[in-house]
Write a protein that binds this ligand. Structure first.
Ligand SMILES: [Fe+2]
Length: 194
């Protein structure tokens, strides 16, 4: 059940980043925090490169076992499949909002709104996974299924390990984002440097 543990950890990291951005937007809106555009851009990049491109494909690997074992949860799985497939459009809206804000600081409210919509979507998305689909997966997958899906997860992680120059170390990026985010959610504020 290593796969389930990995999904749980990834959801926690994702929730932490969403929470950090939401907190910063609130503080900036209240005039208590100076915006750090590079930090916002790095967080949006993390959401794209990690959550949308690495995390969802692993969930799809896991979810297909439930599909094979039971028709229970079929509606939720269909909805999640549509939501996963819409990742490029979803992240594009956020990237455009942050890019517009980068060239024009008066677009802050638009960026904040785009982010709130993104975060709200994710909250519902992860709730659907955690409250409906993951409990069914725990119930219906056999021991052989777990051996197979754990091996698939390991293969995915090996394929994306840091050996290749182009791969990113998402654990390190996450730590750096948290180090720069303002207290009490992070250890900053500290300027985000590339
Ligand atoms: Fe997902």
């Amino acid at each position: 059940m290593e796969a389930l543990h990995i999904i749980g950890e990834e959801h926690q990291s994702l929730a932490a980043i969403l929470h950090a951005i939401r907190f910063m937007l609130k503080e900036i809106g209240a005039g208590r925090l100076a915006p750090d555009l590079k930090l916002f851009q790095a967080m949006v990049h993390y959401l794209d490169a990690y959550a949308e491109q690495r995390h969802h494909p692993k969930e799809d690997l896991l979810f297909k076992y439930l599909e094979q074992r039971s028709s229970e949860g079929a509606e939720a799985l269909a909805e999640l499949a549509v939501q996963h497939a819409a990742a490029p459009q979803r992240i594009a809206v956020l990237q455009q909002a942050v890019a517009a804000y980068a060239v024009d600081p008066t677009r802050f409210a638009d960026f904040a709104r785009a982010f709130e919509a993104y975060a709200d979507f994710y909250r519902g998305h992860m709730l659907l996974e955690e409250e409906i689909v993951l409990p069914l997966i725990r119930r219906y997958l056999s021991e052989e299924d777990w051996i197979a899906v754990d091996a698939e997860f390991r293969a995915e992680m090996d394929a994306n390990s840091l050996d290749a120059d182009s791969k990113e170390d998402f654990k390190a990026i996450f730590s750096k984002l948290v180090a720069c985010a303002p207290a009490p959610i992070g250890f900053g504020p500290r300027p985000y440097l590339d």
